[in-house]
Design a protein around this ligand. Structure first.
Ligand code: PEP
Ligand code: MG
Length: 882
């Protein structure tokens, strides 16, 4: 097979074979743009090298041939003594791996040709500097020498000269430096620096091949989930020099502003410099517009080329170019990276310009970008004092006074104060405090900890797992890295980056959220908002997946509805058991006999009914999936440690611990080593008589009442944590009985969650007793991997991510191979029994972009996610359908 391609032989579709850089150089060459001639050695050659450990035998001949062609084109020979052809040897993989692999410039220089270059250029300093750079890059890249060896020698030369500026080293100084470098090569490798240009080239090619498997490249690929066997291409390109004088230079430009998406020309230029000087920031660049004054011919040509490239790639291009003595050369182009705002604006601008259609525009924006546009942010220009950095668990930017308890948060909020609730971790009882606070900061737990999940649900900023924080609630202080903050201190937390700052950092509100909230019109003149509106509207037109929300309160439900939710996919009723209702729950748990138990339930029922009236009212005409109580009952009791201390103290003082002693006994009785695997979900409903019945009566009577008012309530009743068909039959019988008792005259769907591997596997049986399934991928992930969802993220997950065991937490993005396979099994088996079985997902994955695509592919009917992720799910569901 052919291993080497002239630039004229390739095109932009050949990335896999020629790498991104090679494919685009070929494309530009064939567009007739001024690309320095050259050729690309394919990734196939690299793969052969990687599998055998040596360069394929036929490669040398092919390279010979292409070098010949290149020499003819250029009218000079590689390394020719009086006028050398010089080349760059650059890596270029199919997937961009910035800075991971190697480059060697000025190949072809040696002790003879350096004089030829000096003569031809009329600039000996330039020639010796080029030779110095070759030996330095070759030493590091090909010979594996430490960069310091060279840097130190340059430093010494400058010191000897009494200067700190590289530019003060003249031709003679650089000539001496070349001798020093050559000696260093000999000292470190026992070999002379190779004088034969072709040997230099071959060794450089091999080094680029080998750099595919450098430690940092391997790590980068693991983290970015890039396949390990792609290999890199190698581009051999004739050198052009931007450092031949003031009529030369180098630059980078974009065909639109990559930060805002505004049309126009953006870039930087540096006279008398090579690309690496720009990167190193040795001198300040000037705006590209200045090139018009410096060299109008090159500027005009560049403008024309930029227009050509944008028209051709139908997208924002980023370009590297060099001017060599007034002649413009294109060194690289690619479809450029851009900010979230720019992505939306460019996509819709391109529709208006007639370049792409709306489908294509929708494909070019991502849910993650939309999410970024929805975060309130800290003002980037504000001064900040960072004290620690932890897990950014729920995006946003929040500032406020430190409070340590939910009660303090509520009290402060009532006074109109902004607070940050700082806890070791939060529990369901902190809900009021979390609602009252601007943001939540915890020292334990990860992205699926209670604090994180609830905060995301509320769209509230949260940073968790800040282990450097020593939260001392008793003293009312936080210690962090030597700083001590008390309860009155103000802090600011960034839920995107996980950063924590002292003091108040000002924030800027997101217009995109205002648009979704309905307080800013799509045609208000904000172009970004207009772009978002157009693309999400199109997503709604094309998507097949429905989008529902996870919401437990009428407020959340109403917001989600404004954000475009088409129903509630999960109402977690346990959140309705908190606050002042706790006492009734305690009485239920402490009940000594059936009568006490019934009394406690009777107390709870009207309260639950009130909740459902509000919720079903807010979602009138839309389905509301209400899940019967799931968590273990002890979660509604005070902590065992706290109670034990209280009781012991009372006893020590000779007082009667009273109710606390009863509570403690109950907590001890209910205590489980692994409550997540214990008495919860359907098990609870089957063991505590009347519990499910009470909830169902509340749902049914609320619905009946709303109906009688002419409303259209659409509750759906969902049984959690089912693993056996018998469980579902028993629960379903009870539900059906209560519905009949209440006198519901229409059919309320009764379904189940699929959140245990066993349920997925026997989904064909379960479908017999279920009107719908909703995949609970949080528990399904927990039970499939055997990872505790409340612990892992704060403990060993960071190591797992570092080691590349997964690129993203499986609690965040669905593990397609494992958990996903169980979802697929559940879908297939469920539908085998009941072809029209309604299928949804209500785990955290419902709002994760990649997961949404998977759920579309697997054939679910809807995803359900927290209100703030509803727009993201809508957008991604649209993209998945294209
Ligand atoms: C789930 O397990 O995915 C689910 C939605 O239920 P919860 O998070 O309440 O356990
Ligand atoms: Mg669950």
């Amino acid at each position: 097979p052919k291993l080497v391609y002239d630039f004229a032989e390739g095109n932009k579709t050949m990335k896999e074979l020629l790498g991104g850089k090679g494919a685009n150089l070929a494309e530009m060459t064939n567009l007739g743009l001024p690309v320095p001639p050259g050729f690309t050695i394919s990734t196939e050659a690299c793969k052969a090298y990687l599998s055998t450990g040596s360069v394929p035998a036929e490669l040398a001949d092919e390279i010979d041939h292409h070098v010949d062609v290149l020499q003819q084109k250029m009218g000079k020979k590689l390394g020719q003594a009086d006028d050398p052809l010089l080349v760059s040897v650059r890596s270029g993989a199919a997937v961009s791996m910035p800075g991971m692999m190697e480059t060697v410039l000025n190949v072809g220089l040696n002790d003879d040709s350096v004089n030829g270059l000096a003569h031809q250029s009329g600039n000996p300093r330039f020639a010796w500097d080029a030779y110095r750079r070759l030996i330095q890059m070759f030493g590091k890249t090909v010979l594996g020498m430490e960069g310091d060896v060279f840097e130190d020698a340059i430093e010494a030369a400058k010191q000897a000269k009494g200067t700190s500026n590289d530019l003060d080293l003249d031709a003679d100084d650089l000539k001496t430096l070349v001798q020093t470098f050559k000696q260093a090569v000999h000292d470190h490798t026992g070999r002379e620096f190779p004088q034969d240009p072709r040997t230099q080239m071959d060794l450089a090619i091999e080094a680029v091949f080998g750099s595919w498997n450098s430690e940092r490249a391997i790590l980068y690929r693991r983290q970015e989930r890039i396949a390990t066997d792609l290999g890199t291409a190698v581009n051999i390109c004739s050198m052009v020099f931007g450092n031949l004088g003031m009529d030369s230079g180098t630059g980078v430009c974009f065909t639109r502003d990559p930060s805002t998406g505004q049309p126009g020309v953006y870039g930087d230029y540096l006279q008398n410099a090579q690309g690496e000087d720009v990167v190193a920031g040795i001198r300040n660049t000037v705006p590209l517009a200045d090139l018009e004054q410096i060299d109008k011919t090159s500027y005009d040509e560049l403008m024309a080329i930029m227009a050509t490239l944008e028209g051709h790639y139908r997208d924002l291009c980023d370009i590297e170019f060099t001017v060599e003595r007034g002649k413009l050369w294109m060194l690289q182009t690619r479809v450029g990276k851009r900010t979230a705002a720019a992505a939306f604006r460019i996509a819709t601008s391109l529709i208006d310009e007639g370049v792409i259609d709306t489908d294509e525009a929708l494909k070019r924006v991502k849910g993650a970008q939309l999410a970024q546009l929805m975060f309130p942010r800290f003002d980037a220009d504000a001064e900040k004092e960072l004290i620690t950095k932890a897990i950014g668990a729920s995006p946003g930017a929040a500032s406020g006074k430190v409070v340590f308890t939910s009660a303090a948060a509520v009290e402060a909020a009532d006074k109109g104060e902004k607070v940050i609730l700082v806890r070791r971790e939060t529990n369901p009882d902190d809900l009021h405090g979390m609602i009252a606070a601007q943001g939540i900061l915890t020292s334990r737990g990860g992205k699926t900890s209670h604090a994180a999940v609830v905060a995301r649900g509320m769209g509230k900023t949260c940073v968790c797992g800040a282990e450097e924080l020593e939260v001392n609630v008793a003293e009312g202080t936080i210690k962090v890295n030597g700083t001590v903050l008390d309860a009155d201190a103000t802090i600011s937390i960034d839920g995107t980056t996980g950063e924590v700052f002292v003091g108040e950092v000002p924030v800027v509100a997101s217009p995109v959220v205002q648009y979704f909230e309905g307080s800013l019109d799509a045609d208000s003149g904000d172009e970004l908002v207009a772009s978002v509106h157009r693309l999400i509207t199109h997503a709604d037109e094309v998507r097949r997946l429905g989008v529902r929300t996870n919401a437990d309160t009428a407020d959340d439900a109403a917001r989600a509805r404004r954000f475009g939710a088409e129903g509630i996919g999960l109402c977690r009723t346990e959140h309705m058991f908190l606050g002042e209702r706790r006492e009734a729950v305690e009485r239920l748990i402490l009940a000594n006999d059936d009568a006490e138990c019934e009394a406690a339930l009777a107390e709870l029922e009207p309260l639950q009914r009130g909740d459902f009236l509000e919720l079903l009212g807010a979602m009138d005409g839309q389905p509301v999936t209400i899940r019967l109580i799931d968590p273990p009952l002890h979660e509604f009791l005070p902590s065992m440690e706290d109670l034990a201390v209280k009781v012991a103290l009372a006893q020590e003082r000779g007082q009667d611990p009273g109710r606390d002693a009863t509570l403690l006994a109950a907590v001890q009785r209910l205590h489980e080593q692994n409550p997540m695997l214990g008495l919860r979900g359907v098990r609870l409903g089957l063991v505590i008589p009347g519990l499910f019945a009470m909830q169902v009566r509340a749902i049914a009577s609320a619905a009946v009442e709303l109906k009688s008012q002419g409303k259209d309530p659409r509750p759906e009743i969902m049984i959690p944590l089912v693993g056996a068909i018998q469980e579902l039959h028993l629960a379903r019988d009870e539900v059906t009985k209560v519905l009949a008792e209440v006198g519901v005259e229409w059919s309320i769907p009764i379904g189940t969650m699929i959140e245990l591997p066993r349920a997925a596997v026997i989904a064909d049986q379960i479908a017999e007793a279920a009107d719908f399934f909703s995949f609970g991928t949080n528990d399904l992930t927990q039970t499939t991997w055997g990872f505790s969802r409340d612990d892992v993220e704060g403990s060993f997950f960071s190591r797992y991510l570092e080691k590349g065991i997964f690129a993203v937490s499986p609690f965040e993005s669905i593990d397609v191979e494992g958990v996903g396979a169980l979802v697929r099994t559940g879908v297939d088996r469920g539908r085998a029994t009941k072809p029209d079985l309604k299928l949804g997902i209500c785990g955290e994955h419902g709002g994760d972009p990649d997961s949404v695509h998977f759920f579309h592919d697997v054939g679910l009917d809807y995803v359900s996610c927290s209100p703030f992720r509803v727009p993201i799910a809508r957008l991604e569901a649209g993209r998945a359908a294209l």
